[in-house]
Design a protein around this ligand. Sequence first.
Ligand code: GAL
Length: 674
Amino acid sequence: MNNIPLKYPFNQFAYGADYNPEQWPEEVWLEDVKLMREAGVNAVSLAIFSWAKLEPRPGEYDFGWLDRIMDLLHTNGVSVLLATATASPPPWFAKLHPESLPVSETGVRMEIGSRQHYSPSSLAYKQAAASLAGKLAERYAKHPAVIMWHINNEYACHIRASYDEESATAFRVWLQRRYGSLEKLNDTWGTAFWSQQYADWEEIQPPRQAPTYPNPCQCLDFKRFNSDALLELCRAEIDAVKKHNPALPVTTNFMGISAPGLDQFAWARNLDVTSWDSYPDPAKDEVAYNASSHDLTRSTGGGKPFILLEQVTSQVNWRNVNMLKQPGVMRTYSWQAVARGADAVMAFQWRASRAGAEKFHGALVPHVGTADSRVWREVCDLGRELRACHEITGSRIVARVGMMFDWSNWWAVELPSKPREISHTTIVTQYHEALFDNNIPVDFVPMEGDLLRYQVLVLPLTYMLSETTAKNIKQFVANGGTLIVTWFSGIVDECDRIWLGGYPALLREVLGIRVEEWQPLPEGVHNEIKFIADGKTSICDFWSEAVDAEGAEVKAVFTKDFFAGRPALTCNRYGKGRAWYLATRLPGEVNRELFGMICREAGVQPLLEAPKGVEVSLRERDSSRYLFIINHTDANHEISLGGHHGADLLDGQQMVAGTVNLKPYDVKVLKLAV
Ligand code: GAL
């Protein structure tokens, strides 16, 4: 069924799943490859949890079974993203190296029996993992089935840090490299407070359980250190495999915008292609939230097509209640990934397990088998649809709106002892949703990113801001860009020290405002804002600020609390551009309207006008443009194509013009006429 072999960069959509043949007798493998052909599966991620099977005893290897399955897959036209098999060390490893087991903040050493039981700073683990990766590469780096390395698996999914002695020593080395002297460290961490001053490097500990809040900069640095320590593990594996075939690309699967462990912008610089694992909760409306992780994965990968490395066909096993995706929803979520820039649609896992911790997790081949199976029918249909659209691979999203995103900022915002508890990504995704609901494409931009390619730049809750970033932002506005800054931004420098003299210090001039103080709002408590232009009001919650306009035009004011009448929304002209400031949190539909209005004024139009729940996205390559319209709702919708017309790739290339009618959970992929 797959005549052209899959290559990277992808010449067709990669479609498939994690494949765990070691869980099954070899007779089942023959049925597996037959079914893969039937479903149009052309790629599998292999050997992710196979360490114990590959190295049953220290230094004793068994590659026979892997040779056999690799050859079988190759003969059947299925390409392999070969894992380095290091995600779960075998029991013998912990016995040999008990010090490699991670230790919790409270001093509890974790045990074997699940997975990811290694400390980010364990040298023994690093050497053993790199050695296994090297052995695999020696044997398979030139195997014709292998198109990519899948390094480890979901670093920092379960273990983001370890507080053991080996980690403490490594942390001190990292700090010495960062600060050079204890004097500098003491000054940066503000150790004059609570008599925390260090007289010797050996006194410094990881932020273990203490009587009350540990030093915030110590905590922040420990998070940075752990992201770096894990990256060193990943780098060791990458170096080991690249030695045997530098041309073979590497990826490791990230976990989207809900995963705080790894600074993905820094990590992505070490990968050939980014990928992530997408598990929206069917019990909630997480369509926009899921889209933000696609955008993040694409953005950390520099805009290149990315890989959806895992999703589930039906239901997972790890929530309290595991609802399944309704009929058609695996399809809409798969097309969402493609619409936002993925060139691969993969799942966990190929065949539902018979035993073990994930036996109730959905798969392409369910426990009931393939006959009369809704899931299997949907799997085969999706395979056919993706095949009909292979020409889309390689095309990209062009976004004119950038949203600043930074892991240090995220970590710092969520450290304790703030004006209120804040989930950073909950807030960021609410502003992302305001753009998503307008069908306006958006990239996430790192602090040091190139701003000049955008017309609009959003700083959502950008608490931490360096002088360099602030300078670039001012330049962006001076050159004609439109800036939107939200509340509690520009408060501290990159070491979590307050910028004094009125918030948001470094941005006061460009925004033409001063924030004097803030009033965080507990759950259920609201303020209200009134728009000057039309007198309309809206409730607001979570956070409010006492703001002075210092040159900015006041667009809305608060109506309650002692700062009633003072600005809630302002707009300042600066150079050739404009800078907006929003001093509170507004409801979703008001955000949608506000962000839509600001973007239009800045010359950025929605791709199409569509109701909430209908997602529109565009991918482009040279003169080819592909428009995706995805109905994530169970209602019918009629959408105007706004003058566009094109061939419907999922419907035999029928020409479509004027309007399209969407059935519940419908998907249209139109190749627009030039
Ligand atoms: C991912 C993981 C897979 C599998 C899956 C279940 O986090 O990479 O191995 O556990 O979740 O949803």
